[in-house]
Ligand binder design. Sequence first.
Ligand code: NAD
Length: 263
Amino acid sequence: MTSIFDGGGILQGQRRNQVDILSAWLRDARCTVAFTGAGISTESGIPDFRSPGGIWTKMAPIEFSDFVRDEEMRKEAWRRKFAMDATFAAAKPGPGHTALADLMTNDRLHHVITQNIDNLHQDSGIADDAITELHGNTTYAHCLSCRKRYELDWIQSRLTPDFTPPDCSECGGLIKTATISFGQAMPEAEMASADEVARDADLFLVIGSSLVVYPAAGFPTIAKQTGARLVIINREETPQDEIADLVIHDEIGPVMQLAVAGV
Ligand code: NAD
C-alpha cells in the first residue's frame, strides 16, 4: 500500500488530491455523519478484529446463546474481558478520534455512529447524545434481565479464582459487559437512531471498518441510497468501495488530521 507517509512525509499527489476533496466536502456538507469501526482505535493501541494479529486471529468469538446457556462460556468471557481490560483502560483517543472531535466542535460533524465498544469517542469530548453505539460499551456491564448497571471494579472484586462472575444483586440475573455479542439482538433505539441520521446525512464517512458485520454495515449503503456522498477511509479494501464516491486506502490518523486542517 502506498501511504500518506511515503516520500519522507511528503504527500503524494493523488493522496493530496483525495484529502483536499474530503476537506472541501466537509466544508460544504449540511449534515456529516461519521461511521466508525475498530480501525479508528488501533492507533490507540486497541487491536481490531480482522487485521493480521487482530483479536479474531487469536480466539473465536463467544456467541450470545453460548454465554447464556453455558457457565463455562461465561467464565471464559470474563477471563477474556479482564485479560484485555488493561489495554482498554489505558487507551486514550487517537488522532482519528481527535480529528472527529475537532470537526464536531466546529459544527462540521453532526453525529457519530460507532461499532466500537471502547468509549474513546466520548473520551475525546464528543457528547453522549451525538454518539450512537451499535454494539454497546465494554467499559461497564449490566444485568441481562433487569438492566441494572454494574461497574467493572465491582465485578472484578467479586469474581472467584475460576472467574465465576456474581449474579445480579437485584434480580439474580446474568451479568454481562454492556456489549452486543454475535447472535444477540441489536439495540432497537440505537438502530432507529442510526437509521435516522444515515438517511439525513449528505456526507457519510466510514472510518476504519471492514464493513462485513451486518446489520451495522448496512448503514453506509442506506446513506448512499438516500443521497449522501459516501467516503471510505480504510487501509484495506471493503465490500462497499465500489459504491463510494471517494475511497482513501491509508492510515486514518494522518488522513483525518490533514483533512480537518484543510476545512
Ligand atoms: P474490523 O476489525 O472488522 O475492521 C477494521 C478495519 O480497519 C480493517 O479493515 C483494517 O484494515 C482497518 N484498519 C485498522 N487500523 C487501521 C488504521 N490505523 N488506518 C486505516 N485502517 C485501519 O472492525 P469493524 O469493522 O469495526 O467490525 C468488527 C467489530 O469489531 C465491531 O462490531 C466492533 O464492535 C468490534 N471491535 C471493536 C473494538 C473497539 O471498540 N476498539 C475493537 C475490536 C473489535
